[in-house]
Each structure stands twice: as C-alpha cells, then as structure tokens.
Design a protein around this ligand. Sequence first.
Ligand SMILES: [Zn+2]
Length: 178
Amino acid sequence: MIEGIKVRKKNPFLIKKIVIKRSATRKKTIQAKLKDEVMEILAPLNVSEKKLNEVIKSFKHRFEKREKEKFFNRESKLPLRVQKLNQKYFGGELKFKYIKYSANQSNSFGICYPHRRTILINGYLKKMPQWVEDYVIVHELAHLVYPNHSKDFWKLVRQYPKTERAIGYLMAKGIEEP
Ligand SMILES: [Zn+2]
C-alpha cells in the first residue's frame, strides 16, 4: 500500500512529499529514506497511526536538519576564515578536528567541544556581517585553549578588536552562547 502526503513547501529545506509504503513482510522497524526531497517511509502493515506519525515527525526533523547543514556548509568560506583567524590571533597553533555550520542552535551562536576538538557555528551567522561571525569564530577557538569564560579566556578573545561591538550586536539579535 502506498500513501502519498503532500507537504506544503514554504522553506527550501522542507521535504516536499512523504510516501508511506506498508509491507506485510516487514515486522517491526520503520525505515526512512530521502531522495530528491521525497521521504519514503517503509513500515509494517499493522503499525498504528500514532506510532507512524511520531516516527515520521522525528525522521522529517532529522532529514531537514541534515539538508540545512549541507546547505550551510556548501561552498562555505568558514574553513578559510578559521585558518586566517587561527593564524592572526593564535599563531596558527590551534589544532581541531572540524569547525562547521550547524542548523540546530536556534538561540546560540556557537558551541565548542574542547575534548573532541570540534566546533559548531550557528548557520544563521552566515547572514550576519563578517566581523560578527569572525568574533564568534575567535570566541569558539579560544575555548580550545580555555574551556571556561575565565579572565584569561576573555583576554585572549579581546585581542579581536571588535569583540565588544559584536557581543552587543548578537545580544540585540537575542543570540547568546549557552
Ligand atoms: Zn563561550
């Protein structure tokens, strides 16, 4: 049995259509695939509507987040900015696994995981002035040295001359760091 549900497309990251295929041979698990903005759901015949809707919602959320992140990181200037700022403010000494845009930080500008040596930058910063984004990069890079917000941390960050202005700008937009 195939059911097609049309999804209204307001934003380019939303999935266009959901196709549900139920199968008697499928026992328990529900699977989902995404191809060309169509999400295909493979479900057992007897799965309840409630359960199916829950699973669809969660798959949809996951896929849309992944698509948004791909979009943010496509042709991104981020690696080059990071390299420049690392050079300028940290003597090019900082080592990390990756720094990339994330789609899942609605009210935070960035997250640094010092132990994993990874940094996520809010993808919406791409729309903001470069000097604001540069501040965020410097801030998160500095967390690779100091995981806290200590005096030494701020001393390092404030080498970036537009630190105070950028903090004011982000606060006015209601974006904070967790
Ligand atoms: Zn911080």
